[in-house]
Design a binder for this molecule. Structure first.
Ligand code: NAP
Length: 487
């Protein structure tokens, strides 16, 4: 039997999930390239104070590695990173993983891929599986004078733990999940927090309770409970996702909940500043049990005047006010449309990924690209589903990829790629469904592409999983000739 040589790029959630699926299906000739020094992807790179996952841990985990020992309903980033690393090691992925190896180029020729790493290594593979995620390129805002700042300037995704924040005045630019978590955590620990808000966010209230030793013991003793909790969470998220993709009762209910939460802000002027002018969930919903309480503290200031520029001593807003700061944090998110870039990817006829995606990232069913044979993506375009956990999506995509690899191993084809027509049809269907989604109801967000339409799958996550777990329709693919047995 032919054994494919496989490269997995990235050792975050989807890379680990893919690696486990490969081993479980008997594939042994694979290498996982990871640019960082450890497992975890975004959970390895992000270490800012207060980092917490906003999906319950009993759902934000792999079904093949249920952890009974989660410490809280919503776990801290470090706990998730440790869980991912432990899962990778438990499944033998350390034998396959090269850390500190960034793949800089991937080029298709002669029915295979040539990869080049930043260290200069060059390797040939039959398949490339991109598990690069979409939250790995920090976005630096286009604000004049950022480099003139004389204090400490840091992006939330590149936290500098050497900086002592005690007694410091800290500015945070951004009001997304990251900015909200940072402000909630820093208030009271530093001299003063100034939050620069361009757009207010709706906040879904929650309670992040800790699990007692007794609860953990019960989950350990009765492993099926983990599966039950997973399915219950899945059902709740299924209802939630209905609100994302269809107008109606769920959307109205969530709007009512976030509005009630906002009313816990007592000061009317502050409440008005914190009130969004768009529907809840249009931007990715922020989940917090503390933010509104914290933002009312006397040592926290919410600045809504737009930023004019940054100078050595702080941030100057459009009204001419200088906000003096010692530390300035950019909680300004990521270039979420980059996916595997800045890696240079070159498919058939020398066509690059940048050229193929000139109008924005387009993929077939979220996992493949026309003109890029034997290249698969996990958590690629159209697969992030707002607040839905990516663990579940990655498991379904890994299963689809394995099914293609098994067919290659059986000698059915040398190369596989979706047709351009199938990809266009898939994207046209998605775009036709976009107006029903909450993401098109009048806000700016990283969900939207260059044409103003969401790049996200516009139906339920379970519909996606059903699609991707079903047998591929042969008419959608171009297959190369069978694999010669000596290959
Ligand atoms: P984000 O949601 O993209 O938010 C970026 C923030 O920066 C926004 O408030 C944006 O304002 C602001 N901003 C950007 N450029 C600016 C400028 N020039 N001047 C002023 N403000 C500016 O980024 P994020 O909070 O880092 O979150 C990114 C994603 O990471 C999330 O959506 C989520 O998927 C993930 N995340 C998840 C968790 C979790 O718990 N699972 C936690 C943290 C992050 P505008 O709104 O006006 O653009």
């Amino acid at each position: 039997m032919n054994e494919p040589r496989i490269a997995v790029i990235g050792a975050g959630i989807s890379g680990i999930c893919m690696g486990v699926a490969l081993r479980r299906n008997g594939f042994r000739h694979f290498t996982i390239y990871e640019k960082a020094a450890g497992y975890g992807g975004t959970w390895h790179a992000n270490t800012y104070p207060g980092l917490t996952c906003d999906v319950p841990s009993r759902y934000y985990q792999f079904t093949f590695a249920m952890n009974p020992d989660w410490s809280r309903l919503y776990s801290a980033g470090s706990e998730i990173r440790d869980y991912l690393a432990a899962t990778a090691r438990a499944h033998g992925l350390h034998e396959h993983t090269i850390f500190g190896a960034e793949v800089t180029a991937a080029e298709f020729a002669d029915d295979g891929w040539t990869l080049t790493t930043s260290g200069g290594a060059v390797e040939r593979f039959d398949f490339v599986l991109c598990a690069t995620g979409f939250l790995h390129r920090p976005r630096r805002p286009d604000i004049a004078g950022l480099d003139d700042f004389a204090g400490v300037l840091v992006h939330s995704a590149r936290w500098d733990h050497g900086v002592d924040l005690t007694g410091r005045r800290v500015g945070v630019i951004g009001t997304g999940s990251t900015g909200t978590q940072l402000v909630s955590e820093l208030a009271g620990r530093v001299a003063r927090v100034v939050m620069f808000q361009r757009t207010p966010q709706w906040i879904l209230p929650t309670v992040n309770r800790a699990y007692s030793d007794l609860t953990k013991g019960v989950y350990r003793r009765f492993p099926r409970l983990g599966g039950l909790a997973y399915r219950m969470n899945r059902a709740v998220f299924g209802i939630f996702s209905r609100g994302l993709t269809h107008p109606g009762r769920v959307r109205r209910l969530i709007q009512w909940v976030v509005l009630r939460n906002l009313r816990t802000v007592r000061d009317e002027t502050l409440r008005a500043k914190l009130t969004p002018d768009y529907q809840a969930m249009c931007k990715r919903l922020v989940v917090s049990d503390r933010f509104y309480e914290v933002v009312q503290r006397p040592d926290v200031e919410l600045v809504t005047e737009s930023i004019d520029h940054v100078q050595d001593s702080g941030v100057v807003t459009a009204d001419g006010t200088l906000h003096e700061l010692d530390v300035l944090v950019l909680a300004t998110g990521f270039d979420s449309h980059a996916y595997m870039r800045p890696m240079t990817v070159t498919g058939t006829a020398g066509r690059t990924l940048d050229a193929a995606w000139a109008a924005g990232p387009r993929a077939f069913e979220g996992v493949m690209l026309p003109g890029f044979p034997n290249l698969f993506m996990l958590i690629g375009p159209h697969s992030p589903f707002a607040n839905h956990p990516l663990t579940a999506v990655a498991e379904a995509q890994a299963a689809r990829i394995v099914s293609w690899l098994c067919r290659w191993r059986a000698g059915e084809f040398t190369t596989v790629a979706p047709t351009a027509a199938a990809t266009d049809r898939f994207n046209a269907r998605m775009r036709a469904a976009a107006p029903d989604t909450v993401w098109t109801t009048g806000c700016q967000s990283w969900y939207l592409g260059k044409d103003g339409l969401p790049e996200l799958w516009p139906w339920s996550p379970s519909a996606y999983e059903k699609l991707i777990r079903s047998a591929p329709d042969p008419v959608d693919y171009e297959l190369g000739p069978p694999v010669p047995s000596e290959k």
